[in-house]
Each structure stands twice: as C-alpha cells, then as structure tokens.
Design a protein around this ligand. Sequence first.
Ligand code: NAP
Length: 358
Amino acid sequence: MKKLRVGILGATGMVGQRFITLLENHPWFELVLVAASPFSRGKTYQEAVVDRWKMSSLIPKNVKNLIIMSVEEDMKNITNEVDFVFSALDLDKEKIREIENSYAARGIPVVSNNSAHRWTEDVPMIMPEVNYHHLKLIDIQRENRGWIKGFIAVKPNCSIQSYVSILSALKEFKPLKVTITSLQAISGAGKTFESWPEMIDNVIPFIKNEEEKSEKEPLKIWGRIKNGRVELTETPQISATCIRVPVTDGHMASVSVLFETIPTKEQILQCLKDYDNPLKDLCLPSSPAEFIKYYEEDDRPQTKLDRDYENGMGITMGRLRKDSIYHWKFIALSHNTIRGAAGGAILLAELLKAKGYL
Ligand code: NAP
C-alpha cells in the first residue's frame, strides 16, 4: 500500500513532537513535512527544537534535517506536498479556525487536536471507539462548504478520554449524574519540570477552560446527528474539577456516577470486558488490543506504572467501589499526549483512511 504523505502544523510543540515520535515507521502514513510559526521557519527541525525536545526517544533520523515551513506563509507549497495534515497549533482560536479552514478549502483534510473547531456545527469531534458514526458529518460539512477533498475532523480534550470511554461501556445502565475530579499532568500545558519549575512540589487547583470542556464535550460525543448537526445528549449531567498536579504525563480522574438502573459490580466489570469496540475488525495500527483494563489491586492504576498501557492508547481503571451519595465511584487514567492528543488523532486518521475519507 502506498503511504499517505502527511504534514504536521505545529510540529515543534509538545503535541507536535509526540506526533513525530508516533509517526516514525507508521505503516500507513509517511511524515514528509513539518510546519510551525515564522519564528521557526527555515531552520532544520533539529535546530528549531535543540533546547526544547521533550520526548524520551531521539528525534527520528528522517525528521532531523527537514526544513521547517511556515504554517501560513508557505500554505500553498505545503498543500502541494501532502495528502493531509495533523494540526497541533497553539495560537488564537479564531486564527486557528481560519488556518484550518484554509487548508481544508485547498483540498487538504485536517485532523486537529485543537479545540478551535470542536463546537463548529458541521465538524465531527470523534473518539474512534465511541462515536465513529459521527464521521458522516464530514459529508454534510463538504456539502455545506462546497469542498470535495478537504474537510476538518477533530478529537476532543485530553481530560475526558478515560471517563467517557468507561461511561460509554456502561451506557445500558444510563448514567444520570457524574462528578469528576481530574489530576492532570504538566505536559497537558505543553510543559516539563524544566520549563515549569513552579510545579515541583506543588498542586494548582485551576486549569483555564478545562472544566467547561470536561463537562460539555462528552455531550457532543454522545449526541446524535439531526438536521446536519449533533444534537447534544441531555444526560448525564457532569460536574468537573480540574487540578494540575506534579506529574510529567498521564491524566487521572476520580469519578462518581449516579445511574438510572443501578448495576452490580459484576455487571460493571462484565460490561468493560464485553465492550463492543467498533474498531475491532478494522485492524487499525494504533488501535489498542484491549481498550479498557480494570485493575483489582487497590493501588492501581498509577500514573507512572500505567499511563503507557497499550502504548499509551489504552484506558486503565481501578478502585471500583460504592459511593455514599451516588451509586459507584472509581479511578480512571489515560495518557494525555498519546491517547489524549497525538495518538488519538493518529487513530482518528487511521479510521478516516479505513472508511475512505483519506
Ligand atoms: P505548544 O507546545 O505550545 O506548541 C505550539 C505549536 O504551535 C508550536 O509548534 C508553535 O511553533 C506553533 N505556533 C505558535 N504560534 C504559531 C503561529 N503564529 N503560526 C504557526 N504556528 C504557531 O503546544 P502543545 O502543548 O503542543 O499543544 C498544541 C495544541 O494541542 C493546543 O491547542 C493544545 O490545547 C492541544 N492539546 C494539547 C494536549 C497536551 O497534552 N499537551 C492535549 C490535547 C490537546 P513555534 O515553535 O515555531 O513557536
């Protein structure tokens, strides 16, 4: 199979770097182009990230000497050289919408990590294992905008990955109310302990806009398409508290749930085991063999031990116990820059390829 040529917009940042490591030797996609701000333009990739490469592996050989292009100034050249792009930009949301629209209008599919288009009515926000049927919004989007090849598809916020997956597995019991407290890693802010020393030995009880995203985005994921847009689901109601903790990678969540029909512990564990993963027959390269793993040990999951489960693409869960106000509570964990960002976007692109959109 001929590999698709892909470029990364925002290739020098934390998520961009994660894309680069995950795309090394990808069987379907070949990274041919890196783009960032005018500040990085014209440098080799290695020069541009010399003092800010944050991954534990080395910069892949085929990327080191790629010359960085400017996302905006070189748009025409970029669109001539790639089949699609991943967007990992961090700048003003209005500007990101404008940039992503321009690429799509030029016939280049955009698979985005950014929140800029998550609430655009005809843009699907996809967690592949949960709502891949929302891909049909792409047909509506193309029709609305007169685009033939290009489109925009986005993935949701890193903070919601673990509990949305688990609650999706439990949907037959109808979760009505959910409270979550997330304990989020510093890489979620694009930072390391070197670049954010204030986080050493510290907890910060505020992450800008994160609670709104954590409460609202699941309602679009679980919504249904009606009249050319996603009608949000009314339940469950979600209340979120998002806290930054001194951890490099991995977002943990403490979750309490009130159900319409109260399941037993055995029923919950059985549902997780039996989760009907719609990707199972598609053989997508980044799809985890086991989507959700439950630990019986009281002290699991742990960020350091479990964030890399299934190469960072799996969800781990533990401490399922009765809640004295709601019905059940548990701990959930996902890797924020893999499942929650670059890995999730790559899985989405693989799904788009398997379904004929790329
Ligand atoms: P980051 O480390 O700050 O990287 C930002 C990237 O955007 C850099 O490549 C930067 O290029 C580029 N950029 C900045 N201004 C630009 C401009 N005017 N024109 C073109 N490129 C420009 O941010 P990040 O943590 O990787 O996050 C990227 C996006 O992913 C954000 O929207 C974030 O919300 C989202 N996200 C992050 C995570 C996570 O866990 N970190 C998870 C989910 C989603 P230069 O190096 O040239 O400045």
